[in-house]
Design a protein around this ligand. Structure first.
Ligand code: FES
Length: 144
C-alpha cells in the first residue's frame, strides 16, 4: 500500500515535471509563430520637414504612422505629400530631381510631383496627403 502511494507520488511529480518542461518549450515556440496583434495607431498629423531645408525640386522621406511618406517641393515652390507606396505592387517610391517626379525603381513607374501617373505600370495615382505649413514647419495630415 505504501509502495503504491510512493509510486503514484513519483508519477505525479514526473508528470508535473514533464508538463512544465513541455510548457516552457512550447510556449515560446507558439508565441514566436503567432503574429503579434498590431493595433495601428491612427496617425492624423506629423511634422514632415521644415521649409528652410527643402529647396525647390527636392523631396524628403518621412514616417506617416506605420507607413512611409514622401514630401515634395516642386520647382515652383509648391509642397505636396504622399504615402510613398507605389500603386503597382507596393514598392516604396522616391523623389527624383532629374526626372522631375516621383520614381518607383521596382518596375520603372513614374509619377509627377502631384502623384499622377506619368509612365510605367502603376494603375492609379499615389495616395495624397494634406500639407499644412505653420511658420517654418511643414505638417502633413490625411487628406479629407
Ligand atoms: S511597384 Fe512600382 S512600378 Fe511596380
Amino acid at each position: 500500500m505504501e509502495d503504491k502511494n510512493r509510486r503514484s507520488f513519483i508519477n505525479m511529480i514526473l508528470g508535473g515535471g514533464i508538463f512544465l518542461v513541455s510548457g516552457s518549450v512550447l510556449y515560446p515556440v507558439v508565441k514566436f509563430m503567432t503574429p503579434p496583434e498590431v493595433t495601428e495607431a491612427e496617425t492624423s498629423s506629423v511634422l514632415a520637414g521644415t521649409v528652410d531645408t527643402m529647396g525647390p525640386g527636392t523631396g524628403k522621406a518621412f514616417r506617416f504612422g506605420s507607413k512611409p511618406g514622401l514630401l515634395v517641393r516642386t520647382e515652383s515652390g509648391e509642397f505636396t505629400a504622399f504615402i510613398a507606396i507605389c500603386t503597382h505592387l507596393g514598392c516604396i517610391v522616391q523623389h527624383d530631381k532629374e526626372k522631375n517626379g516621383i520614381w518607383c525603381a521596382c518596375h520603372g513607374g513614374l509619377f509627377d510631383n502631384f502623384g499622377n501617373v506619368v509612365s510605367g505600370p502603376p494603375p492609379s495615382p499615389l495616395q495624397q496627403l494634406k500639407v499644412i505649413i505653420q511658420g517654418n514647419d511643414i505638417y502633413v495630415s490625411k487628406a479629407d
